[in-house]
Design a protein around this ligand. Structure first.
Ligand code: ATP
Length: 493
């Protein structure tokens, strides 16, 4: 026992040892501070702490950025849709907003603010989410956002195999039942798609179209939705392209709205004229989401390639021809920077495989002005002619606007409509004038009669012009004839 006490150092020895160690450490710290620059010291400290925390920590973090390999990340989007459904007591702040400009009283929708935390439970795993944001760098147009998902290291595999697929399928079912649709327009200054709530009452029920045509469009859309596996098996992108053509006011935009409502797809409405060049176009198009419609209206007022191509095809010596061609090319050309091939590349080139469940719709009033490359078989899958009002279309419009299925004036108006071209927009305008069917239908008849009179007048005027021209030509012939006679007389005298 006495020997044991002998081995324990005395208090004064311990204190002096402590004093020398602390003096030594101060000395080392001073030397390190003097000799190693601060940035280097910070670097070493961070590396040390990273090493020890990762070695001893039992947590693992997944990072999910909003862009993935040059396109929008669908995983990010699915999480964005899913997480607001998992907000619980651990979430300290919440984003709320209503972008329905038609309805200020619509209940606001929740979203996650940056740095807010959401705790989720899945099959016994504890999962912690935080939305982060990093500042835009020179080559980014806006701040980049990413989710941090922390879990236990041992749950890492299960997160990938079960939890993330669960998020995607939940988001998919939320999106398929989405109540509100968005209409996106591209803001070229901010380089972002801006959305507003899309509330258009158009449906296939209210659309004045020939029943057969309507049925075939609906069948085509249904088939498109059901055929994910088929598209994969034949090696094609899951896309469908529609070209809607016909005179103004025949319902092209209304059909687009009906398609969006039917499919429950958002609409991205792109004005090609504002797009700077093909790479700008590619960036704009890759930042659209799946289950959406890309709408490009008045496509005839658009590409550059036709200009270049027609120039290279037709050798030109004549100045006047050049002027004419310039004018017609201008009608066909997109904004100087966007080429038709850039657009076609996106429709069915390599870029077409970016994204799924997309519908692309072009509209034009003048199909014959379109570049043949756009009309080639397989390019736009379905060409739909939207024509003037037919008797069936008229009845549909009357039913929609006046709520009646029959009337004494129907027969007469139907006969008129078959002779005189009138657009559904013109018919709808007359029907909206009065709730009384008799008054509204009479006003429609008046309009059609006016059109008929106008057509007759125009025809009479045209006939008159033709006759006048013939008289002038005849007069010239007479004068020429006189000159001939004079010349002959001079020859023989
Ligand atoms: N086929 C139709 N069925 C129902 N309503 C129609 C139809 N066509 C036109 N209308 C009515 O006329 C209005 C104008 O039609 P819409 O804008 O769809 O025509 P459009 O063919 O797209 O014209 P534009 O070529 O000038 O863009 C719509 O608001 C709609 O009320």
């Amino acid at each position: 026992m006495a020997s044991l006490f002998k081995e324990i150092p005395s208090m004064s020895t311990l204190l002096s040892a402590y004093a020398s160690i602390s003096t030594l450490s101060m000395l080392i710290r001073t030397i390190v501070n003097e000799m190693i620059p601060k940035r280097m010291r910070d670097f070493i400290t961070t590396k040390f702490s990273d090493f020890f925390s990762s070695y001893f920590s039992s947590d693992f973090t997944f990072i999910i950025e909003d862009r993935w390999q040059a396109v929008n990340s669908e995983t990010f989007r699915a999480i964005e849709v899913y997480l607001p459904t998992r907000i619980g007591p651990s979430t300290k702040s919440l984003l709320l907003g209503n972008n329905d400009s038609n309805n200020i009283t619509a209940p606001p929708k929740p979203g996650l603010p940056v740095d807010a935390k959401v705790i989720d439970d899945f099959q016994g795993m504890r999962l912690e989410w935080i939305l982060r944001e990093k500042e835009a760098k020179k080559y980014y147009f806006r701040n980049r956002r990413f989710f941090e998902l922390s879990c236990r290291k041992k749950d890492r595999e299960r997160v990938i195999e079960s939890y993330l697929p669960h998020i995607s399928s939940t988001a998919e079912s939320i999106l398929s039942k989405r109540e509100t649709l968005n209409l996106y327009t591209y803001d070229h200054d901010g380089s972002v798609w801006e959305s507003t709530v899309f509330k258009h009452p158009a449906s296939f029920e209210t659309l004045a179209l020939e029943p057969d045509l309507k049925e075939s469009i609906v069948r085509d859309l249904d088939l498109f939705l059901q055929r994910k596996k088929y598209f994969q098996s034949v090696g094609r992108a899951w896309k469908r392209g529609y070209l809607l053509y016909g005179p103004p006011g025949t319902g092209k935009s209304t059909l687009v709205a009906a398609i969006a409502n039917y499919l429950r797809f958002h609409i991205y409405d792109l004005q090609l004229q504002g797009v700077r060049n093909d790479s700008d176009l590619r960036r704009i198009l890759t930042s659209t989401t799946n289950r959406s419609i890309l709408l490009i209206e008045d496509i005839d007022c658009s590409t550059k390639s036709s200009r270049a191509r027609s120039r290279s095809r037709i050798p030109n010596n004549d100045d006047s021809d050049d002027d004419d061609r310039d004018q017609s090319d201008d009608r066909l050309s997109f904004h100087p920077g966007v080429t038709l091939s850039g657009l076609l590349n996106f429709i069915d080139g390599l870029w077409s495989s970016c994204g799924d469940e997309r519908v692309i719709i072009f509209t034009t009033n003048y199909k014959d002005k379109l570049d043949p490359a756009l009309l080639r078989p397989g390019r736009m899958d379905v060409h739909i002619y939207m024509g003037h009002c037919t008797p069936a279309g008229f009845k549909k419009l009357v039913n929609t606007y006046l709520g009646i299925k029959d009337h004494l004036l129907f027969k007469c108006i139907e006969d008129l409509i078959q002779r005189i071209a009138i657009t559904p927009a013109e018919v709808a305008q007359q029907l909206m004038k009065c709730e009384d069917p008799q008054v509204a239908l009479e006003s429609l008849m008046e309009l059609i009669n006016m059109k008929e009179n106008q057509i007759e007048k125009n025809e009479a005027k045209r006939d008159e012009e033709v006759i006048k021209q013939e008289i002038v030509m005849l007069g010239k012939d007479v004068k020429l004839g006189d000159k001939h006679v004079e010349a002959e007389e001079r020859l023989f005298t």
